[in-house]
Ligand binder design. Structure first.
Ligand code: ZN
Length: 421
């Protein structure tokens, strides 16, 4: 019976809504979060891969040709958008980052990543920005193609390829007598940075990712890597090709340089100061706080969450996150998943709320706000006519209890049911 229902699910998952019944599909949930507000009494009409109508049931009506899917007790919302993932990594408490980069073959990593792509989609994440293959070259570009061509299930992807680091700054570290393969591509200085940025763009990077600082200080502390001029070179080359730049940065000076150079989002941002937050607000640079990654890493190091008091680093992160919000910095939903298990989409949303956002604010970050930050607001992130029908249904009301996002019952991507209630 179990096998049969699995087969049935697989069979259903392969059929677009449009093909199951000629015409349209009417979704009738208890409530709809449209990417901005919660509505009761709404229905949503899907035709092909698009949303045709969304609004009060009486206004949308019940077209005679429509197949009806009732979702009692459930909230329908836009598919979630994860703006900082690593499909090619798996949790560091399984295998350290160094060992993943140095000892795992690209074939093994890609095989895992295809499983990660499916669990991501089934958890309700229908779009990801994957921020670096971490030593797996352009494997992210190939995975994105495999998803787009319908070969494997997975979310829509924006990818960064290898990403760019300053020579000597990144890892894995070894004896200084030899130089092991690195988790990102090294480049320095004007001409080299132009060439490497262009090569990554040519290789398929949708975003150019740069590490503006890293833990290479005299005492192993984070310090800036590239000069402001170098960062400006990368951003200018990327922008010329129509691509945005994103920076890993956690020191005030690394963040400041990245913002002044013109990056669009800052990843992590733990050490932001009032001056840096003000600058980010002025230049409309968003923060992806990656709360879930820090939360996971400290637990890997022995913190017994819920039993022991919060480590200093968590208390500092709470404070800097609150300061960024007070300064009016846009918060993006990006968790650094890969550090922890793919498919646990709820962790970052729960922490965003735990660290001070309302559930509604956190859900906006994961839908309409992220869609705008990723320049995809005309495609995804809202329940609105003409946008792609990327929709999920969760049990309960996530605007009251954010943990409802753990109870994903239905996932639709581009009008295709990939997980049924
Ligand atoms: Zn990352």
């Amino acid at each position: 019976m179990r096998l049969f229902s699995t087969l049935l699910c697989l069979a259903l998952s392969a059929i677009p809504l449009a093909a199951q019944t000629p015409g349209r599909t009417l979704l009738r949930p208890a409530r709809v979060f449209d990417g901005a507000q919660l509505h009761t009494g709404w229905t949503v009409l899907v035709r092909g891969d698009r949303i045709e109508a969304a609004g009060p049931a009486a206004r949308v009506g019940t077209p005679a040709d429509a197949r009806i899917i009732d979702l009692p007790g459930m909230t329908l919302l836009p598919g979630l958008i994860e703006a900082h993932s690593h499909l090619l990594l798996h949790p560091y408490n399984e295998t350290s980052w160094d060992d993943q980069v140095l000892r795992e073959s690209q074939a093994l990593r890609v095989a895992r990543a295809t499983v990660h792509a499916r669990s991501t989609l089934h958890a309700g994440i229908t779009t990801i920005r994957d921020l670096g293959s971490e030593g797996a070259g352009y494997a992210d570009v190939g995975i994105k193609q495999a998803i787009d061509q319908g070969i494997i299930p997975g979310p829509r992807m924006l990818v960064a390829g290898p990403a760019i680091v300053a020579t000597g700054s990144y890892g894995p570290k070894a004896s200084p007598d030899w130089h092991p393969p690195q988790g990102a591509e090294e480049a320095d200085g004007h001409d080299d940075l132009i060439r490497v940025t262009r090569r990554q763009i040519g290789g398929g990077a949708d975003w150019v990712k740069v590490y503006a600082d890293y833990r290479w200080g005299p005492n192993g502390e984070a310090r800036p890597t590239f000069t402001l001029e170098e960062l400006k070179t990368i951003v200018e080359v990327a922008r010329t090709s129509g691509r945005p730049t994103v920076a890993h940065a956690s020191t005030p000076e690394g963040m400041r340089r990245a913002v002044l150079a013109g990056v669009e989002t800052i990843e992590h941002g733990d050490g932001g100061t009032p001056e840096v937050w003000r600058l980010m607000r002025e230049r409309r640079v968003a923060l992806c706080p990656t709360l879930a990654a820090g939360d996971a890493i400290l637990q890997y190091r022995g913190w017994k969450k819920g039993v022991e008091p919060e480590p200093e680093r968590i208390r500092q992160k709470r404070a800097s996150f609150a300061a960024a919000r007070r300064a009016g910095v846009t918060i993006c939903h990006g968790s650094d998943v890969g550090v922890f298990t793919h498919g646990e989409a709820a962790r970052e949303l729960e922490l965003l709320v735990d660290y001070g956002m309302t559930p509604l604010e956190a859900l906006r970050s994961a839908t309409s706000v992220n869609a705008r930050l990723l320049h995809w607001e005309e495609r995804v992130g809202r329940v609105r006519p003409s946008l792609l029908a990327d929709l999920i249904a969760v049990e309960g009301d996530p605007t009251r209890d954010i943990s409802a996002v753990r109870r994903v019952r239905m996932v639709i991507k581009g009008g295709e049911v990939v997980r049924s209630p």
